[in-house]
Design a protein around this ligand. Structure first.
Ligand SMILES: [Zn+2]
Length: 494
């Protein structure tokens, strides 16, 4: 029986012959391009072939690595009893061909095959939140798994597990050492992954602001997770934390400055007075402009979460256009979608909403199981157009698609951000929002969320790509399914 071969992520074109090609002792590998030089040893190890060097007679079949004019990260692979060949135009192309060979190699050799392959999204990433169950060894394993499924980006969110030099008291007892972070980022680069550090710049700084030494920077004294944007010490602190982090991430093109869920904007007396003049949008925009400008002057492109900008779109005027917006939406599972993540409604509140006709005039049976689960757990049925209000619809109405209010374009803010002049990175989740059917995270929702996000990015054709997020403290093995899903849908046309 013809053996079945599966390569994940699925290549663009595959053709398998009927025979296996045993890579016998007569075979040898030749590297005929410097583009593959760094990977030759790995090729020899995966194929279990010796490397044929110049001067030796080419007697048996050869497995050749050659350069060819093709797209970035693309590769071509051909294997027959007469020989094998990988062609590519970049080190990355040779790397992804190697990962394909790793999946095809059996004890009997390689299947006769011809494969043409290239990714559909340029940035294919995974966000790792260094929760307490993620130790150094597990982190390294996760990077290796990411590379195996042809991801090329990892966003590292350390929080108190980063060994800040100028703020050593922030680092928790389980913080990585200086040497471990260096080793981690070097390991990422060696696997073809660009490590991008995430340093929050305003909110989600509870690991720091809970400490008395940082009390003066708090915006409020209850939740203690947000700095006051008008306190000059806040911006100075961000730059010190970010400088420490960038020092251990040499070569990265980006710094993620967070900026999401700063729900206490305008809480302190000074911010309240400023907000009366320029609005919360002005308060947020003025501070983030300083943060983003600092990153740009440091020679990097900043990345920012989209939710506060979406809720206060007037702030976009202050945001430098070199900034990449990471658009996170963990609930949308298909395009079009019956519900919308509205960053503000007519009352100014953020909400997940659908038209109340669903379940009444419009049968729920029209929806997928994953969509019905979101309606049941997260979304509120409202008179949609009325509830969103004119301020929302004037801004975003043109992006909601022709079937509004029954169905909406999935991830509708994507083109809005692009029309405002920004590059966008899509940000679905593989572990987000507490909902535990059968006592497990809702893996089915994550699967469809990643799939829908990648499909929208591919159809849009102008995004930087996609980075799947992961949150909370679970055993690291629980992230692997999301990582494989991300690899499959960010790379393939499925
Ligand atoms: Zn303040």
């Amino acid at each position: 029986m013809k053996p079945a071969f599966h390569v994940i992520p699925e290549p663009e074109r595959t053709q398998f012959g009927d025979t296996m090609v045993p890579l016998t002792a007569a075979w040898a590998l030749t590297c005929e391009t410097p583009l593959a030089a760094s990977l030759v040893d790995d090729y020899c190890a995966v194929l279990r072939l010796p490397r044929l060097r110049h001067g030796r007679p080419p007697d048996g079949p050869r497995f050749r690595l050659v350069s060819a004019d093709m797209a970035a990260e693309a590769y071509r692979l051909a294997v027959s009893p007469a020989g094998g060949m990988v062609s590519a135009n970049s080190e990355a192309g040779f790397r992804w061909a190697l990962e394909t060979l790793r999946q095809l190699r059996t004890t009997d050799g390689l299947p006769a095959c011809s494969i043409d392959d290239a990714p559909h999204l340029p940035m294919r990433g995974f966000h790792v939140f260094l929760h307490r169950q993620m130790d150094f060894a597990a982190l390294n394993r996760l990077l290796e798994s990411a590379a195996r499924f042809k991801l090329n980006t990892v966003v590292l969110e350390y929080e108190s597990r980063f060994p800040y030099r100028r703020h050593p008291t922030v680092a928790g007892a389980d913080a990585l050492s200086h040497g471990q972070v260096e080793a981690l980022t070097q390991h990422a680069w060696s696997l073809g992954l660009e490590p991008i550090a995430l340093q929050q710049s305003l909110g989600h700084l509870d690991y720091l602001l809970a400490r008395d030494a940082y009390a003066g920077r708090r915006e409020e004294d209850q939740v203690r997770d947000q700095m006051c944007p008008l306190n000059p010490d806040s911006f100075a602190l961000f730059t010190e934390l970010a400088e420490d982090m960038l020092a251990l991430h040499p070569g990265s093109r980006f710094l993620h400055v967070g900026g999401d869920e700063t729900r206490h904007l305008g809480a302190c007396a000074r911010c309240q007075a400023r907000a009366a003049e320029v609005g919360l949008a002005g308060l947020y925009g003025e501070y983030m402009a300083k943060v983003l400008g600092w990153v740009i002057r440091a020679g990097l492109r900043p990345i920012i979460w989209d939710d506060m900008l979406c809720a206060h779109p007037e702030a976009l005027a202050s945001v430098p256009r070199q900034t990449a917006i990471m658009y996170w939406d963990y609930w949308t599972v298909a395009d079009p979608s019956p519900y919308l993540v509205a960053r503000f409604d007519r009352h100014g509140r953020a909400a997940i909403v659908h038209d109340k006709c669903w379940g009444e005039e419009w049968p729920l049976g029209e929806l997928t199981e994953a969509q019905r689960a979101v309606l049941a757990h997260f979304s509120a049925g409202v008179p949609l157009a009325e509830d969103l209000g004119t301020r929302f619809l004037d801004r975003y109405g043109a992006y909601l698609g022709p079937d509004f209010p029954r169905r909406l374009r999935a991830f509708p803010y994507l083109e809005y951000y692009q029309d405002q002049g920004f590059d966008v990175i899509m940000g679905p989740t593989a572990m987000g929002n507490h909902e535990m059917p059968d006592g497990l995270p809702h893996f089915a929702r994550f699967y469809h969320n990643v799939h829908a996000s990648a499909t929208r990015a591919r159809q849009n054709g102008r995004t930087l790509g996609m980075v799947t997020t992961t949150w909370y403290s679970f055993p690291p093995e629980m992230l692997v399914q999301g990582l494989v899903t991300t690899g499959q849908f960010a790379w393939s046309r499925r």
